[in-house]
Design a binder for this molecule. Structure first.
Ligand code: NAP
Length: 317
């Protein structure tokens, strides 16, 4: 079966992918946007975004991505649900093997696949995902109304999750492996000012316990200074310990750093001609909605330039 050929295929529907869709659509390139596993990316899972310029009172993350999505659609961006299993970047047009549906070919590829939540990696944690272990406070917080719960991490994600979860839980204990925090001052101070948040540092989760009941009942903790271990009852463990870039489908064909982030040159260029990367999949430093949007714009402008120089007109090839 011959694979559908497109001028521009964008992978990902977070802030970066959707901004790239908006710009390429407005320049008449009729981009095809593959939605990926988590449509809306990380913003789709967040609550109030207060630092995206232009929204005096802030805007809910899902509303922000939905707005950009519809804005791009107005200019001709097309969306398709699905996931790329494997990309073949050995020759143009690049071939995308889809997990479902027909394979695609793309003259130009914009990779905006973002990053997914990082887990502690404990077998007991993995076994209890969906039974009290979660990486999404907005998705699962509601289930822990009037319960005592734990949030793990010391960055902005952990502060945001802990603060948000106090809406439901009777108490949130923030467990962090160090006594210093990566979180921005404003987020840390907001969490510190919340009387429902308790602080436990330095402490490491050794095991998530379920007492064969198939739901979280406690954790076993360790003090990294002296190795002392103890158990603490909890109804849930929310992870806020950072993210892992979604680059597995590339199979090492693009240069990535040790943690799998795509290494870009001149902002969004990769070593493969006509392949651009934007947003969290290539940015481990800033990782903000606004910087993702900015790099999505750059990727779109580079795609336009590339296609013009390669002699492709607007629209489908
Ligand atoms: P992060 O800044 O990388 O922080 C991750 C935290 O998890 C660190 O405190 C780290 O501890 C801890 N951690 C990592 N691996 C761990 C493990 N295996 N066990 C225990 N703890 C572990 O990630 P993030 O909080 O997701 O933030 C990422 C970016 O998004 C940042 O730029 C942040 O500003 C931004 N962000 C912004 C907002 C907002 O403005 N509303 C909200 C969320 C995120 P160590 O400190 O010891 O390494």
């Amino acid at each position: 079966m011959s694979a559908e050929l497109r001028s521009v295929v964008i992978l990902g529907t977070g802030c970066a992918g959707l901004t790239a869709a908006l710009y390429t659509a407005r320049s008449g390139l009729q981009p095809l946007v593959i939605e990926g596993q988590e449509a809306g990316g990380q913003l789709g899972l967040t609550t109030l975004v207060e630092n995206f310029p232009g929204f005096v009172e802030g805007i809910q993350g899902p509303e922000l991505v939905d707005n950009i999505r519809r804005q791009a659609q107005r200019f001709g961006a097309e969306y398709r649900s699905g996931n790329v299993r494997r990309a073949d970047l050995s020759a143009r047009p690049y071939r995308l093997e889809m997990e479902e549906g027909q394979d695609l070919r793309a003259e130009c590829l914009i990779i905006a696949t973002g990053a997914r939540a990082r887990w502690l990696g404990l077998p007991s944690e993995q076994a209890l995902i969906g039974h009290g272990v979660s990486s999404c406070a907005t998705c699962d917080g509601f289930f822990f109304r009037n319960r005592d719960i734990i949030v793990v991490g010391g960055g902005d994600s952990a502060m945001e999750e802990a603060t948000f979860l106090t809406r439901f839980a009777s108490s949130v204990t923030l467990v962090h492996r160090r006594e210093d925090f990566r979180a921005s001052r404003i987020m840390l101070e907001r969490a510190r000012g919340n009387p429902k948040i308790r602080w436990l540092m330095p402490a490491v989760i050794e095991e998530v316990l379920d007492a064969q009941q198939k739901e979280v009942t406690a954790v076993r903790l360790r003090d990294p200074r002296d190795g002392r271990q103890w158990e603490m009852p909890t109804a849930a463990v929310f992870l806020g310990i950072g993210h892992v870039p979604n680059t597995g489908f590339l199979g090492g064909q693009l240069e990535c750093d040790a943690d799998g982030y795509i290494i870009t040159h001149e902002n969004v260029l990769t070593r493969a001609p006509g392949v651009f990367a934007c947003g969290d999949v290539q940015d481990r430093r800033y990782r903000q909605a606004i910087t993702a949007a900015g790099s999505g714009c750059m990727a779109a402008l580079e795609a336009e330039k590339f296609l013009a120089e390669a002699g492709h007109g607007a629209g489908q090839t």
